[in-house]
Design a protein around this ligand. Structure first.
Ligand SMILES: CC(C)(COP(=O)(O)OP(=O)(O)OC[C@H]1O[C@@H](n2cnc3c(N)ncnc32)[C@H](O)[C@@H]1OP(=O)(O)O)[C@@H](O)C(=O)NCCC(=O)NCCS
Length: 214
């Protein structure tokens, strides 16, 4: 699996994610198709500027044309303060394989590697069992319930947050020993994550607050 920036060609995936009754069941029902292409254009520009991280999930590196969903981190104002938020969606045929959890985890690890975004909040609907499962199993802390505006509706949501710097490091595969190794110390997690970040062609810069809806 890898993550790439959203591009203008991702309109069909956005329509499948946002205009489908099952995909939007916990988010107040499907959104109209009108405006989706413009939304993708805006998101692609925002991702290219690195204002927000708006990533498409590509499950198979050998088939980059197949996209399974999206994971997004952005910043917006909440009661006059900037708040970093993460959200995710995975299309039905890719659900139940742990993809959403891996994608969320990967983006949070990049947040840790870049030391960007500070505390990251999530607001899954109280009825959304898999999304709340993702928060729980990644190690988010539960704050409580609250009403959250989304598009033209209000969603009863659970409020979770995580400090990416406090994430457990995933186990690394053992490295073969070479006689020429200068020492026996394992590669640092920071260097591994940094290398993966560069390998994925991702670069991250300045943070800017923007709107809540994604
Ligand atoms: C929510 C969604 C992203 C989950 O995607 P997914 O790839 O199927 O999720 P994963 O396979 O990574 O599973 C995530 C966790 O939820 C758990 N889970 C999955 N379905 C569950 C269910 N019905 N009840 C409880 N837990 C569930 C999994 O066991 C896993 O936890 P674990 O690793 O501790 O076992 C996907 O269902 C989706 O896009 N739904 C529609 C849009 C949406 O609701 N987006 C989220 C808005 S906040």
């Amino acid at each position: 699996m890898y993550l790439r920036n959203v591009e203008p060609c991702d309109v069909e995936t956005y329509i499948r994610m946002r205009c489908d009754p099952a995909m939007m069941a916990d988010l107040g029902g499907p959104l109209p198709r009108e405006g989706i292409a413009a939304k993708v254009e805006r998101d692609a520009a925002e991702a290219a500027e690195d204002t927000s991280w708006i990533k498409m999930i590509v499950p198979d590196e050998t088939r980059p044309e197949v996209v399974a969903g999206t994971v997004v981190v952005w910043s917006h104002d909440s009661d006059g303060e900037p708040l970093s938020e993460i959200g995710w969606m995975v299309l039905p045929e890719f659900q139940g394989r742990g993809l959403a959890k891996r994608a969320v985890r990967a983006l949070l690890e990049r947040a840790r590697a870049e030391d960007r975004w500070g505390l990251v909040h999530a607001f899954p609907a109280t009825t959304n069992a898999p999304s709340n499962g993702i928060c729980r199993s990644i190690g988010f802390s539960f704050v409580g319930e609250r009403n959250v505006p989304f598009a033209d509706r209000v969603i009863r949501s659970n409020h979770w947050f995580v400090d990416p710097r406090s994430l457990d490091s995933p186990p690394q595969p053992p490295r073969p020993h070479r006689a020429s190794d200068p020492d026996e110390s394992p590669l640092s997690v920071a260097s591994i994550v940094g290398r993966e970040t560069r390998a994925a062609g991702l670069s991250f810069a300045v943070k800017q607050p923007n709107k809540r809806d994604r």
